[in-house]
Ligand binder design. Sequence first.
Ligand SMILES: [Fe+2]
Ligand SMILES: [Fe+2]
Length: 469
Amino acid sequence: MMHSGESIPNNVNLGEDRRLQRALETWQPDFLKWWLEMGPTDFQKDDVYLRTAISVDASGWAHFDYVKMPDYRWGIFLVPPTGDKRIGFGDFEGQPAWQEVPGEFRNWLRRIIVTQGDTEPASVEQQRLLGHTAPSLYDLRNLFQVNVEEGRHLWAMVYLLHRFFGRDGREEAEALLERRSGNPDKPRILGAFNQPIRNWLDFFMFTMFTDRDGKYQLIALSESGFDPLARTTRFMLTEEAHHMFVGESGVQRVVERTCELMKRDPNQDPRALGGIDLPTIQKYVNLWYSVSADLFGGEISSNASNYFGAGLKGRDREGGYRDHQAMGESYTMAVPETDHLVEKSVPLRNAMNEVLRDSYIEDCQRGCDRWNKVIERAGLDLRLSIPSRRFHRNVGIYAGAHFSPDGTWIGGDEWQRRRDEWLPSEQDETFVDSLMKGIYEPGKIGSWIAPPERGVNGKPFDFEYVRFN
Ligand SMILES: [Fe+2]
Ligand SMILES: [Fe+2]
């Protein structure tokens, strides 16, 4: 399966395509240079207990061992081709899937791949300082696991650019290493990926909500009629599942700890006991959910329609729909007009971003329900919630207007007055930051978070997940 002894692990017979191999071997040192400059600060000499993808076999795709991060074997893995792959939706439904880039869709396809690719290094850059304040060795290891895998996802997209797009693909691959998260001169492409991740509550919210946008983008691309893209994103989803586990279980552990403190001393503010109060957690949910909802793009979008029609980007579980044309159908949404919302019918193809966002919202809600189970079991009345899709949006039809978390249209004055009730204030952030202290002793954990139910790969929580050198 894996072709060992090669400098780039892969299951795509890279050794048989000398030109491509040389191109990727030229890009590799630039990638490493970027990793050392923009990846995790420090910890590069330490041994981290990491999972490495070594094949796409469901039974044994990953290998766990201590690795120094710069020695991580970033590889290229696509799920194997199936015999008679057909395009599953859009104008070319039923025709053989494309194995090469269809000329008329070259620019759209490159844009889709570059946009996805750009998010991968961006998140590593956003998270680069977090190692210094990890609440436990287990969490430190999970952070680095997510980071190296986002690095591998960058490799996955760069492979497609080099293999299928010639010279401009190679230029795009270089540009992916040149943009910088949050840099006003050369920012990353999408908003949420320029947003600072200051502390571990941000990190857990990011992996819960922003990585989950990634999951749905990958799901949509795994339906693609461009088969190499479908096959590479299909495998990326395997790794992505762990990132969302880190996020959802991370928030859950924070909630669990808060409930424990509230039960222990019902008259005290959990903050005074070293925890994070539930209203503050809710504000972080509101922030990261809303910036992540933006990533799906405009509610009414001709790009979305084009990508669907061309068979490039499908719906979540496209196979489950009876009709894969989405012609003559419509989608009803609440559209702002002067000062109120009007129900409007939009041609379904133009509403594909919203259709995908619906799947995402349901998935977020399921996670939130699980957090609420923890609060309920603790016998407490408060509940967390996912805000309205209209709240705090910067992209699409709700951008520019103001909505409360329940979706009510409010004026700019009320927004200004109540903003800090709904989103983390500078004071909240300073408080959360103040709890962040690096804890590097096996089995020890920060005051604001509960230990996980179990460790990694059958190891206990107090396993030495990172050995410092
Ligand atoms: Fe990723
Ligand atoms: Fe991810």
